[in-house]
Ligand binder design. Structure first.
Ligand code: GLV
Length: 326
């Protein structure tokens, strides 16, 4: 019997590819950039499974282009706002993602951004390379203390909770806001549940860990930035569109807030003529929060496990639309 046919939309860590090869006849897109839409629509024709990334738009048109034999879509990411889950469910296609394995790595990176923004590491590096370091400066590169400050966590899922854990080591007061409350966890992490407005008013650092949905789209806008302390630092490792980029530019350039550190932007990649790139009080990383050797291996392995299960009709180990099994 011929092996099932699978397309992998980018080169992923070899461990994942090895597993996928055991389960299917795979074609891997070799270009460092994602397959263009029209190419992807061609490549999916007749597939049994698709292993995709957050850079691929997976919608009804693509599922229909693939055909009714498509058994599984496995995304190598925890977030899946690029996937039309309702369209997949309607067609009985399970969608896999990779939760859990990237929690610490992502929280570590959000913490890195927090510390780098507070202590102006990137500005300092640029200053050194530009040959401007002439002496030790008693009033140069001052930033706020992290220890003892108030951290506001928006979205208290696995990664948000990971931030609360890290904050404990820095003797911080921790506030959180989420659409749901976590009474047991909040107690164990010494975090206080508040509404979003209170969190924005009282926090020295605000870190975003929500999913992107119609409810969280441009959650941080002009009026919300105006609530924040003028000394506030915002960190975003969630999804770019959770922040209105024009409102962020206004807030940073007018001094309504002090600093931002982003791993995600709207759009991605950020356009080189985006006014945010003209500011000194912002750090912008290229969506790398989960990029550790170990974590990317685990994500690839998990994505391959979801793929294999889906190809044989078994329940995916981590399925975002388990309603397909009802
Ligand atoms: C990365 O952003 C992910 O969702 O895994």
């Amino acid at each position: 019997m011929p092996k099932p046919k699978v397309f992998v939309t980018r080169l992923i860590p070899e461990k994942g590819l090895e597993l996928a090869r055991q389960a299917a006849d795979i074609e891997v897109w070799q270009d460092p950039l994602p397959p263009p839409r029209e190419v992807l629509l061609e490549k999916v024709k007749g597939l049994d499974g698709l292993l995709c990334l957050l850079t691929d738009k997976i919608d009804a048109t693509l599922m229909d282009a693939a055909g009714r034999q498509l058994k599984v879509i496995s995304q190598m990411a925890v977030g899946y706002d690029n996937v039309d889950v309702a369209a997949a469910t309607q067609r009985g296609i399970p969608i896999g993602n990779t939760p859990g394995v990237l929690t610490d790595t992502t929280a570590d990176f959000a913490w890195t951004l927090l510390m780098s923004a507070a202590r102006r590491v990137v500005e300092g590096d640029k200053f050194t390379r530009a040959g401007k370091w002439k002496t030790w400066g008693p009033i140069d590169f001052l930033g706020p203390d992290v220890s003892g400050a108030t951290l506001g966590i928006v979205g208290f899922g696995r990664i948000g909770q990971g931030m609360a854990k890290r904050a404990a080591g820095f003797d911080m007061r921790v506030l959180y806001y989420d659409v749901q409350r976590y009474p047991i966890v909040e107690k164990s992490l010494n975090a206080e549940y508040v509404d979003l407005e209170t969190l924005l008013r009282e926090s020295d650092f605000v870190t975003l860990h929500t999913v992107l949905s119609p409810e969280t789209h441009h959650l941080l806008n002009n009026s919300r930035f105006n609530l924040m302390k003028r000394s506030a630092i915002i960190i975003n490792t969630a999804r770019g569109p959770v922040i209105d980029p024009q409102a962020l530019y206004r807030a940073l350039s007018s001094g309504a807030i002090a600093y931002a550190a982003l791993d995600v932007t709207e759009p991605e990649p950020i356009r080189m003529d985006d006014p945010l790139l003209t500011l000194d009080n912002i750090i912008i990383a290229p969506h790398i929060a989960s990029a550790s050797f170990q974590t990317r291996n685990k994500m690839a392995t998990m994505a391959a496990a979801n793929l294999s299960a889906g190809l044989t009709g078994e329940r995916l180990p981590t399925c975002v639309n388990p309603e397909v099994y009802r």
